[in-house]
Ligand binder design. Structure first.
Ligand SMILES: CC(C)(COP(=O)(O)OP(=O)(O)OC[C@H]1O[C@@H](n2cnc3c(N)ncnc32)[C@H](O)[C@@H]1OP(=O)(O)O)[C@@H](O)C(=O)NCCC(=O)NCCS
Length: 392
């Protein structure tokens, strides 16, 4: 059979909290966050009955405890989707959620199902990066990777080494713009509508988590210049030009274009193509470049065709090399992350991929001139992930 067109019709996320005791989700389970997002998708899309959802795919990096037990299946049951809805989990670290989206879309394209939910969740407070991981000693004894490869901030310092023309000042300048764009988007009410409020219990009692905790609208070059460089003495990567440690969940509702037409649901984005690529783990932030080249080749498009790029800025340096490679204007190109990115919103690993798709979807709804868009991100241990979308 010929692959079918697949569309994303809606997407929503929780607020992104700060990981740790000061975070709004510190006392909240990751699976409950996934459930909140699934239920909201169903509430917002009454044309889609729960019985129509046939597959529920979730990404999470640490698949134990409240992120374990095949989250795709457990969150479907907990959310009240019918028993007939199957579900599973995927792990591609930071791109786990984006992989959930492309995997669910591929199922739909192949006719395995008509309607699916795909999301990502990461509670980095309950599951700090690398916790309970047990890397095979061969990685070190056989020098398969350097120790740097396991600490993402160090891989960002390595990128600065590889591209010495990208200075710390440039990384900071990028971060100032990223924060300013997010502050503007919040002031214009563009972010709030993508967030489902969640009532959560905290040490201060019950609160409604409805706003990201990480954005720092007051960010200045002077303020950033004073920050420590935790990954290297006199390094270039700081808490200000990195994404943070966060808790969050996000998901999208996908269906075949035929099903969307049958239900009279407006499909916002059609998945045109996607690609994943591997790079040296020590410079994992380079990953989006080969992944994007591959995705453009797969789809027969060029960067000039892409009107909007949602890039997960894990670190400013990684975003800047992407901009350099594809001829985007530094420090701010109108095609790249117009609402800001992970430096401001935060980066709860597997939740970030669907967050990028949700940003794209919302901006396509507001800007009829857009035809093609891209979501792209780097991945720990040296991968890149890029999906290309077209107005449906
Ligand atoms: C960089 C990192 C270690 C910082 O963690 P942290 O120390 O808990 O970060 P904080 O938010 O507490 O910030 C540290 C300090 O910088 C300050 N700061 C952070 N951003 C700032 C900004 N934009 N402007 C001014 N000050 C800022 C904070 O106020 C804080 O100051 P304080 O120590 O006086 O309170 C952490 O965010 C990190 O590891 N990020 C990368 C995550 C990652 O690797 N993800 C995977 C990517 S593939």
């Amino acid at each position: 059979m010929r692959p079918r067109d697949v569309v994303v019709v809606d997407g929503v996320r929780t607020a992104f909290g700060r990981a740790g005791e000061k975070g709004c989700f510190w006392l909240t389970r990751a699976d409950d966050m996934a459930v909140r997002v699934i239920r909201e998708l169903m509430r917002r899309n009454p044309e889609v009955s729960p019985e129509m959802v046939e597959e529920n795919v979730w990404g999470a990096t640490t698949q134990i405890g409240d992120q374990g037990m095949t989250l795709g299946r457990t969150s479907a049951l907990l959310a009240g989707l019918p028993e007939s809805c199957s579900g599973f989990s995927v792990d591609r670290m930071c791109a786990g959620g984006l992989t959930a989206v492309t995997t669910a879309a591929s199922e739909i394209a192949m006719g395995a199902c008509d309607v699916a939910i795909a999301g990502g969740v990461e509670h980095m407070g309950r599951h700090p990066m690398g916790s309970q991981a047990d890397p095979n000693p061969r990685f070190m004894t056989e020098k398969l990777v350097s120790e740097d490869a396991l600490v993402m901030g160090k891989t960002a310092e390595n990128l600065h080494d590889l591209f010495p023309e990208i200075t710390k000042e440039m990384a900071d300048e990028y971060a100032v713009h990223a924060q300013a764009k997010t502050a503007k988007a919040y002031a214009e009410g563009k972010i709030q509508k993508m967030i489902v409020p969640m009532t959560v219990y905290t040490k201060e009692g019950w609160i409604v988590a409805d706003r990201d905790q990480q954005p720092r609208p007051e960010t200045t070059m002077e303020g950033l210049a004073t920050l420590k460089t935790p990954f290297r003495v006199q390094g270039k990567v700081t808490p200000g030009n990195s994404s943070g440690l966060n808790d969050g969940a996000s998901a999208v509702l996908l269906m075949s274009a035929e099903k969307a037409a049958e239900l009279g649901v407006k499909g916002g984005l059609k998945l045109t193509g996607y690609a994943y690529a591997g790079v040296r783990p020590e410079i994992m932030g380079y990953g989006p470049i080969p992944a994007t080249k591959k995705a453009l080749k797969n789809t027969g498009l060029s960067m000039e065709d892409i009107g909007l790029i949602e890039l997960n800025e894990a670190f400013a340096v990684q975003a800047i090399i992407f901009m350099k490679e594809f001829g985007l204007k530094f420090p701010d190109d109108e095609r790249l992350n117009p609402l800001g990115g992970a430096i401001a919103f935060g980066h709860p690993l597997a939740a970030s991929g669907p967050r990028l798709v949700i940003h794209l979807l919302n901006q396509f709804a507001e800007r009829p001139e857009l035809r093609y868009g891209m979501t792209t991100m780097c991945v720990g241990l040296g991968q890149g992930a890029t999906a290309i979308w077209e107005r449906a």
